[in-house]
Design a protein around this ligand. Structure first.
Ligand code: NDP
Length: 376
């Protein structure tokens, strides 16, 4: 329950009406993000923080790309005001790095990475997401392909496009924009995407490999990958830390927990049936919240100095906004800022990272094909 100890925007917003996106308008494809939303903080990557606990800070080289962030944050830093983990800034940096790599690849091999998106129906939100993905591809030199089908298309028609993209060597990643119209079998359609081009990372084989020691998935789902990348780039030590993931969905919570475990964190998962979520969450050095409940995680849930990654994107009524609503995370940001050592804002935190990771997955896919081709 929300702590009465804090009197902030969050307590007032708990009375504001939560405007749940329809199941469909929330990005069931992990790549639907709110790139168009303004961000609250445009902070330079934070300098190494001084910590009363004298915990070492780290600058970790990114696993996905070649450069590192000149910034670090220590889980357990107990400075009074949290650093803002600026996903928008980091995502921009990653896109720039990808653009350089794409250009190098083109020059060396003539190959340009390609991403195909399949959109079925006329949903405005889906069309916006697809447009954003296309723009992001263009900005880094990745070629984008699009198949737009009417709402009343048959499954066979969608499968035909998937099959064509599967067999097209200029396409290195395929993404089916969700939701599909209700008459379609989502699982059947997603399963038709070949695992080598499953840049969303949802294929059961990819998830299975993620869960197994000594196995490497071809792709890691974009949103959880973006969360871990933020931790890396801000120099947050994961190994040996206690992490709590709130939410266990296939696209965010579950793979996020697997990724943290792969990095040697001790991981607990909190879900809707967990009896004492606050007590468990409070033990965490690192919290990743992917619930879809506005401001659920209050300051009292957070251990002083913890690092908080807020994946939630929740629209709540806001009469002062021309749109009539604003977006908030799962975490009460104002309270978290007073307790945590670092926290992601919403918007401008995890959201922009998701598309950056999609581009990163597409580039890796193209590189893998090239390496295999050279090996033949
Ligand atoms: P799902 O609805 O698929 O999963 C929500 C999870 O939260 C479930 O595991 C559910 O538990 C758990 N949960 C729900 N209520 C509670 C509660 N009161 N206490 C504890 N756990 C609870 O959502 P997604 O994972 O798809 O998305 C989560 C949030 O992340 C949404 O706000 C979504 O918009 C956002 N999102 C943001 C992305 C980005 O790019 N930034 C990308 C993807 C999602 P149970 O399993 O028991 O039902």
């Amino acid at each position: 329950m929300p702590s009465p100890a804090f009197s902030t925007d969050c307590s007032s917003s708990s009375t504001a009406r939560f405007l749940p996106f329809t199941r469909s308008s929330v990005n069931r494809s992990a790549t639907a993000v709110f790139l168009r939303s303004p961000i609250h903080h445009v902070a330079a990557p934070p300098p190494a923080v001084s910590t009363s606990l004298k915990i070492r800070t780290f600058v970790v080289r990114s696993s996905a790309t070649s450069s590192s962030h000149a910034a670090s944050v220590a889980a357990n830093d107990t400075s009074s005001s949290a650093k803002v983990i600026d996903g928008k800034l980091v995502a921009k940096q990653i896109r720039e790095e990808i653009a350089v790599e794409v250009a190098k690849m083109k020059e060396a091999t003539g190959v340009v990475p390609g991403l195909a998106v399949i959109l079925v129906g006329d949903r405005k939100d889906s069309a916006t997401y697809v447009r954003n993905k296309k723009k992001a591809c263009d900005s880094v030199g990745i070629k984008s392909f699009e198949a737009k089908l009417p709402e009343d298309s048959t499954e066979e028609e969608v499968l035909k496009f998937i099959s064509e993209f599967n067999n097209d060597s200029s396409v290195h990643g395929i993404l089916v924009q969700l939701p599909l119209p209700p008459h379609m079998d989502e699982q059947k359609i997603l399963n038709a995407v070949t695992i080598e081009k499953d840049v969303d990372g949802f294929h059961p084989l990819n998830i299975g490999r993620l869960a197994m020691r000594g196995r490497e998935p071809l792709f890691v789902p974009c949103t959880p990958k973006g969360c871990i990348e933020l931790l890396h780039r801000y120099g947050v030590q994961i190994k040996g830390k206690r992490a709590v993931v709130i939410g266990r969905s296939n696209i965010v919570g579950m793979p996020a927990a697997l990724l943290l475990q792969r990095e040697d964190a001790t991981v607990s998962i909190v879900h809707s049936r967990t009896k004492n979520p606050e007590e468990i969450t409070k033990q965490a050095d690192i919290i990743i919240s992917a619930v879809g409940q506005p401001n659920m995680v209050r300051g009292s849930w957070i251990k002083p100095g913890a690092v908080v990654i807020d994946v939630g994107i929740n629209p709540v009524e806001d009469a002062s906004s021309p749109r009539g609503y604003k977006l908030v995370g799962d975490v009460c940001y104002e309270e978290a800022c007073k307790v945590a050592s670092a926290v992601t804002p919403v918007p401008g935190g995890v959201g922009p990272m998701t598309i950056a990771m999609l581009l990163s997955n597409t580039l890796s896919s193209a590189k893998r094909v090239e390496i295999e081709w050279l090996g033949k």
